[in-house]
Design a protein around this ligand. Structure first.
Ligand code: AMP
Length: 176
């Protein structure tokens, strides 16, 4: 896990004062760390039947796409509002200031699909919770959620587990 932790760069005060931005682009450019991260994201779910990976825009597309490829299953993009061309389901969620929304195509998953949700990082869990709600509205079963980074002080992983979705992460960083 040190390989993963050391490959993640921290940018202080980005995008605003007080936020420690955990930048995974440095992990993605490092072949060994990227390979290890994908293997470790997949590992806990290896014994389970999973039909699709749902990845959250944008860094969840990179990791989630690689996870889907490794599992030889399909990929469903969870996008920010207004980006998907076909008919969508939309779920709004609260931010610290204001609100945002995520969308999936109405046919992104099939009824009864067992779906693994993937993103680079879980902070408050607001985005992941909205994604879980969307997938459930599409009649999929969210069997788990896998993140490279957890910020446990923000409580997101607990929030997702309280929805009945098991959560795994590769590294945790204290603080925000
Ligand atoms: P949240 O909905 O609060 O769990 O925020 C999760 C989303 O915001 C993820 O897609 C992350 O990529 C991004 N994010 C939130 N906080 C950070 C942070 N400190 N460093 C990097 N990305 C973050």
């Amino acid at each position: 896990m040190d390989l993963i932790r050391d490959a993640i760069r921290t940018i202080p005060d980005y995008p605003k004062a007080g936020i420690q931005f955990r930048d995974v682009t440095t992990l993605l450019k490092d072949a060994r760390a990227f390979r290890a991260a994908v293997d470790l994201l997949v590992q806990p779910w290896a014994g389970q039947k999973i039909d699709k990976v749902a990845g959250i825009e944008a860094r969840g597309f990179i990791l989630g796409g690689a996870v889907a490829h490794q599992l030889s299953i399909g990929f469903a993009p969870v996008r920010k509002r207004g980006k998907l061309p076909h008919q969508t389901l939309i779920e709004e969620y609260e931010l610290e200031y204001g609100e945002d929304a995520v969308e999936i195509h109405i046919d992104a998953v099939d009824e009864g699909d067992r779906v693994l949700l993937v993103d680079d990082l879980i902070a408050t869990g607001g985005t992941a919770e909205a994604a879980v709600k969307l997938l459930r509205r599409a009649d999929a079963e969210v069997v788990g959620a896998a993140f490279a980074v957890d910020l446990p002080d923000l409580g997101g992983a607990k929030r997702i587990e309280d929805l009945g979705v098991p959560v795994t992460s590769l590294v945790a960083f204290e603080g925000e």
